[in-house]
Design a protein around this ligand. Structure first.
Ligand SMILES: Cc1cc2nc3c(=O)[nH]c(=O)nc-3n(C[C@H](O)[C@H](O)[C@H](O)COP(=O)(O)O)c2cc1C
Length: 325
């Protein structure tokens, strides 16, 4: 399949693996890229420029296909050394960066100069237009269904994607709720030129996370995510568990008095406990509603090949079949 996204990123299939904290390691990104999609290393999981450089090098040993690096801008008092992290990305020869969380404008000149393509992930059409106006090459449009941070507008992809298509000139991928060929064909029909998947890629053989996490996603239905941190305007969609229920109770009890410190036990330092030590109930971790569509643990190649094969079947048989009387 050829779209403006496959052309822009120099990949075979219009499927991207979104940055995921403690999941987007070299093994994950290489497996997706080797399968013809775009694998993405999550920059902040490494944290320091030295560690990020080493992780990119490890990934480049595992694949000679294009890979990307996610750089998430977080609301924090002690920000990581973003300029040095971006320099590492450029020096390593990586040609795609996925930015998220805030406006990446100040880093665009250095990325452009190095011919690095920038995909900015956003949850609102106005943010996508802003990304376009500052010179991003593409956007990832993240609907309300998504795992992680859906923003505060709560617009699901059935509305958000056609709205993005109405306004944008640069290509965009659909993100949030994407799992299979039906997602890809649906997204293409709404104007996207590819899909970005998070949760679906965690339940793959190569995802470098504990089996308990994959099993938790398989066991979950579309009813099993919750939105946390809404009172802090830092909403995150997470998998429900007893720690999340405790957190939500605190939000309810404290109302507008809630501060980050009140919920620190349920949200801080959780990812290594969940992803490495295999304790999915240790606290709140991102997961999309799409968990309801995930029932197997294929390799990334099996997953991507199946999406592409079934997409062709849907387009050429099912959809065109409707046109024949
Ligand atoms: C466990 C997990 C961790 C994530 N961490 C990040 C992150 O660090 N930075 C980021 O930009 N997005 C992060 N995301 C969001 C994904 O990149 C992607 O946008 C989202 O998962 C898409 O929705 P889906 O899960 O329905 O596919 C994370 C998602 C999950 C499930």
């Amino acid at each position: 399949m050829k779209t403006r996204i496959t052309e822009l990123l120099n990949i075979e299939h219009p499927i991207i693996q979104g940055g995921m904290h403690f999941v987007g390691l070299a093994e994950m990104a290489a497996a997706v890229s080797n399968a013809g999609g775009l694998g993405i290393i999550t920059g902040l999981t490494q944290g320091t420029p030295e560690k990020l450089a080493a992780e990119i090098a490890r990934c480049q040993e595992m694949t000679d296909k294009p890979i990307g690096v996610n750089m998430t801008f977080l609301p924090t008092l002690t920000p990581p050394d973003y300029p040095a992290l971006f320099k590492v990305i450029i020096d390593s020869g990586v040609k795609v960066v996925e930015t998220a969380g805030n406006n990446p404008a100040q880093y665009l000149p250095m990325l452009k100069e190095a011919d690095v393509k920038v995909i900015h992930k956003c949850t609102a059409v106005r943010h996508a237009l802003k990304a376009q106006s500052i010179g991003c090459d593409a956007v990832s449009v993240d609907g309300f269904e998504c795992g992680g941070h859906p923003g505060e507008d709560d617009i699901p992809n059935f509305i958000l994607l056609p709205r993005a298509a109405e306004e944008l000139e640069i290509p965009f991928v659909a993100s949030g709720g994407m799992a299979d060929a039906r997602s890809l064909v649906g997204a293409l029909s709404m104007g996207a030129e590819g899909i970005n998947m998070g949760t679906r890629f965690i339940a793959t053989k190569e995802a470098p996370v504990h089996e308990n996490v994959k099993q938790a996603i398989l066991n979950a239905s579309e009813l099993d995510t919750r939105l946390v941190m809404r009172p802090l305007r830092n909403t995150e969609r997470v998998l429900n568990n007893p720690a999340v229920e405790r957190l939500l109770q605190k939000e309810k009890d404290l109302g507008s008095d809630l501060k980050f410190e009140d919920i620190i036990d349920e949200v801080a330092g959780i990812y290594p406990k969940v992803m490495i030590e295999g304790e999915p109930e240790a606290g709140a971790w991102s997961c999309g509603m799409v968990a309801g569509l995930i029932n197997d643990i294929p390799t990334c190649k099996e997953l991507i090949d199946q999406i592409m094969k079934e997409s062709e079947e849907i387009i050429t048989n099912r959809l065109s079949g409707f046109l024949k009387n």
